[in-house]
Ligand binder design. Structure first.
Ligand SMILES: *Cc1c(COP(=O)(O)O)cnc(C)c1O
Length: 329
């Protein structure tokens, strides 16, 4: 794939000189989402790659570019046993020529967890069972110390550079709004773990002067994901953009203020709730691949509630869970 002409390059021109590994199929489709009200659309980032889609793909383009620059050979990453990040990195990191090692902490079992483990193997990743958080951390350090030219990709992999992926994705959405494929959303609902997706979208909307509210639906523990972590990621992302040439005087700029909705997480990361279980089933009927309770079930549960609370708003679900490369296919 040749270097795509991303809309973010126009706003922050120095980004053009970064090493960027084109993986994503863009733009991802937008379409009405039936069953949530008249004004609800969905952005299909599940379709961002035929190999394995979902919201990590856009971020790998930047992070794997950086890894190439640094001469990295092995990517060491950490996640739950059903981590979509570990699956996505084994798929895309492996194809880009890296060796990928995932150290996995225990999470509640589900058919999706089993599928994820199967995919990690199929995509050629090396998977190490970490057990609890402490032993997982220890084994991760051990891998970092013993592997050749290793780079750590932390859980969630958010960070200023990675977050640019979703600043750009929001600009991609703006082009779709301009082409009248959907109305400009008043509110965007997205699953929020490490926060990079939520923050990137919110920063992108702020750069355009959109009044759109970006709501991150918290799917993990409060210590790891809260308004402070979102705020810190937001300012770090905004500083990087300024460093890369973004001049706020060119646009309306009030700074981004992503919101977080804490109501749907239940007992914590990977733990089901009645609403998430119900919505995981609806996910399959909407998108044609099995849903799960960690990300998609909770995001849809939140969307159902939030859409009912704001019936007159144009709303967008940003779907983050891959429907491609899954074992059902
Ligand atoms: C990583 C991930 C998220 C959360 O994204 P963050 O940027 O870490 O907040 C949501 N859904 C899926 C399927 C993911 O893999």
């Amino acid at each position: 794939m040749s270097q795509p002409d991303l809309p973010i390059f126009d706003l922050a021109p120095r980004l053009r000189s970064r090493t960027f590994l084109p993986i994503a199929k863009r733009p991802t489709p937008v379409q009405p989402l039936h069953g949530f009200g008249e004004r609800v659309f969905v952005k299909r980032d599940d379709l961002v790659s035929d190999v394995y889609g979902g919201n990590k793909v856009r971020r790998w383009e930047w992070l794997l570019g950086r890894a190439k620059d640094r001469g990295v050979e092995t990517l060491v990453t950490v996640g739950g046993t059903g981590s979509t990040q570990v699956t996505s990195l084994t798929a895309h990191g492996g194809r880009a020529g890296f060796e990928v090692v995932g150290v996995l902490f225990d999470q509640p079992w589900s058919p999706f967890v089993e599928e994820a483990l199967e995919l990690d193997q199929r995509f050629g990743g090396t998977v190490i069972r970490g057990g609890g958080y402490a032993r997982t951390a220890l084994l991760t350090l051990q891998q970092m110390a013993t592997r050749k030219r290793a780079m750590l990709v932390p859980p969630g992999a958010s960070g200023p550079l990675a977050n640019l992926a979703y600043v750009d994705a929001l600009l991609e959405l703006a082009q779709q709004v301009e082409r009248k494929e959907l109305p400009r959303p008043d509110r965007i609902v997205v699953a929020c773990g490490s926060g990079g997706t939520t923050v990137g979208l919110a920063v992108g909307a702020a750069m355009l002067g959109w009044p759109t509210v970006v709501v991150g639906v918290r799917i993990t523990e409060l210590v790891a994901s809260n308004s402070l972590t979102l705020g810190a990621l937001t300012s770090a992302t905004e500083s990087l953009l300024r460093k890369e040439g973004f001049r706020s005087s060119r646009r309306v700029w009030n700074g981004a203020r992503p919101q977080m909705d804490h109501r749907f997480v239940g007992a914590g990361y990977g733990h089901s709730t009645p609403a998430a279980a119900r919505e995981a089933i609806r996910f399959e009927s909407l998108f044609g691949a099995p849903g799960e309770v960690t990300y998609s079930g909770k995001a849809l549960a939140a969307l159902a509630t939030i859409a009912a609370e704001h019936p007159r708003e144009n709303m967008l679900l940003w779907n983050t869970l891959s429907t491609t490369g899954r074992s059902h296919a």
